[in-house]
Design a protein around this ligand. Structure first.
Ligand code: HMG
Ligand code: MG
Length: 300
């Protein structure tokens, strides 16, 4: 069995979560959330996105957020950049890791970043090269790996091709996004196995939204194939502004509870994580979708 004994969690809540919240969260609350996540031991906290504020207004204060957080030694704070303008802004904010984000579906690519898959890859190549040249780490995302809100089925070959291109550009990791959370464990595993033919399995991450309640099961199936990096959002925040009806990512609390119970190391303090989720939910006027957080809060 290839199941890892340590899993790296990337909490994407402050970005993937808050980008989809209809209300604006204050800069101070975003900073407090990120600082709580890092203090809970989350090794990578996605801190924002340097994207067009006309497209995603919720991320407009990413520079201020980065200026306000307390950078914890050993914690990474990646941000999304769609183009060279985003990369410049990231550099100006002292960012040392960026994520470029493509898609396996043409329609989603147009809706999300206003260009075709091939055009996006052409755009990302110099962005990745420049980021690497100045010493940044570059992560690559692929959306719609198990289905598209506009096109439905997405050919697996599209995912494999984009993954190979991102790897070729120097991405240290490719994160497979089930943007609309339609995957099930056997399909998720088959996808990971197919992509592993072009990108080593230890350079893959799982990024599963939980729309159909399958995300935790999908994570477990793919972990058993050896994937050891999992994207998750505290309190199960979010969705994607360009994927109508999609719910948030798998809740970080649920992933950590499962891994703790399996004796798989994350270095995250679950109680502190639950408190971080309660903090942001109190600001948003909602409850965490995380079942583990709900259960632990009921006991507290
Ligand atoms: P465009 O309109 O084609 O770009 O958008 P443009 O180059 O023509 O520029 C239009 C305007 O945006 C100009 O301003 C630019 O200056 C400005 P104007 O002259 O009109 O005042 N602009 C920028 N401003 C700030 N930062 C920038 C930037 N670039 C241009 N970096 C563009 C193309 C890519 C910019 C746009 O489509 C965009 O920003 N898209 C981002 C969408 C997004 O953030 N989506 C959510 C993240 S992806 C996701 O959630 C999926 C993921 O979680 C994985 C999964 O679950 O599947 C990662
Ligand atoms: Mg996402």
């Amino acid at each position: 069995m290839a199941r890892p004994n340590r899993v790296e969690i990337v909490d994407v809540g402050p970005r993937d979560g808050l980008q989809a919240e209809p209300g604006m969260v204050t800069t101070a609350d975003k900073i407090a959330l990120i600082d709580r996540l890092s203090a809970a031991g989350v090794p990578a906290v996605e801190a924002g996105a340097f994207v067009s504020p006309k497209w995603v207004p919720q991320m407009v204060d990413t520079a201020e957020v980065l200026a306000g957080i307390v950078r914890r030694p050993g914690t990474r704070y990646p941000v999304l950049v769609p183009n060279s303008r985003g990369l410049e802004d990231a550099r100006a904010s002292g960012v040392d890791e960026v994520a470029i984000f493509g898609a396996a579906s043409e329609t989603f690519s147009h809706k999300n970043i206003n260009c075709s898959i091939d055009e996006s890859l052409e755009r990302f190549r110099p962005v990745a090269a420049e980021a690497l040249a100045v010493g940044m780490r570059v992560r690559g995302y692929i959306s719609c790996v198990l289905g598209c809100p506009y096109e439905g089925e997405v050919p697996r070959e599209n995912v494999v091709r984009v993954a190979g291109e991102l790897d070729d550009m120097g991405c240290y990791e490719v994160s497979l996004g089930d943007t609309i959370g339609v995957g099930t464990p056997t399909r998720a595993l088959a996808l990971v196995e197919a992509v592993a033919a072009v990108v080593p399995i230890d350079q893959l991450a799982l990024h599963f939204h939980d729309t159909y309640g399958q995300a935790l099961a999908n994570v477990l199936a793919c972990m058993d194939a050896g994937v050891a990096t999992v994207d998750a959002a505290v309190a199960g925040l979010g969705g994607c502004p360009y994927a109508p009806g999609a719910s948030g990512n798998v809740a970080t609390e649920d992933v950590v509870y499962m891994l703790d119970g399996m004796g798989i190391e994350t270095e995250i303090n679950l109680h502190a994580l639950v408190e971080a989720g309660q903090f942001i939910c109190s600001k948003l006027g909602r409850t965490p979708t995380s079942r583990a957080a709900q259960a632990m809060s009921a006991l507290a």
